[in-house]
Design a protein around this ligand. Sequence first.
Ligand code: 1MF
Length: 183
Amino acid sequence: MYGLVNKAIHDMVCSQFGEETWQQIRQKAEIETDTFLSMEGYPDDVTHRLVRAASVVLGLSSSEIMQAFGEFWVTYTAEEGYGELMEMSGDNLPEFLQNLDALHARVGITFPKLQPPSFDCTKTDDDLLTLEYHSDRAGLAPMVLGLVKGLGSRFDTEVEVAQTQSKEDGADHDEFLIKYKQN
Ligand code: 1MF
């Protein structure tokens, strides 16, 4: 994944727990550098090692870390150079989720090493959405829970999100049910 992801993990840890905690996590993850280059591609393994190490050092599950990171990502990217991209992608939760593939297509034009996931969002009722998440990457479904919650905060929308299908349990893709209410 692009270094932007690892840089975001670094910035999240440092802002919430401080530099010393970051150094512990970095050492446990066996990572040599303190400066991830946003534009450079890194092996996915680097990100997974950071999540695992953070889980041990902070005493939280990997799933909790990934959810927190998903929430963080929404505000982080909006503030770190992708505000316009985020604004172009919708004014409310269902619209934004429907536009996620277009968002990644835009990023992919400039950054061809992007391996974008694909999201398929369907409105099943007034206040209900189903969200299919297709990714070549394994293990990131908990991050999607956080991303949806982060979008809820972004759009002042109350959300309840639950995973209803999991690739880990043999399903073809991950799927989420989202109940929402815009304030
Ligand atoms: O392949 C990748 O490197 C990659 C990185 C981040 C692919 C996708 C993403 C974003 N995505 C991460 C979780 C899913 C990963 C997967 O299943 O393969 C989150 C998508 C998302 C969902 C809900 C709401 C907002 C979301 O993201 C908005 C977004 C997406 C991508 C970028 C920014 C905001 C982005 C921008 C530039 C990038 C990489 C990602 O790379 C750079 C950065 C700086 C300079 C050059 C390239």
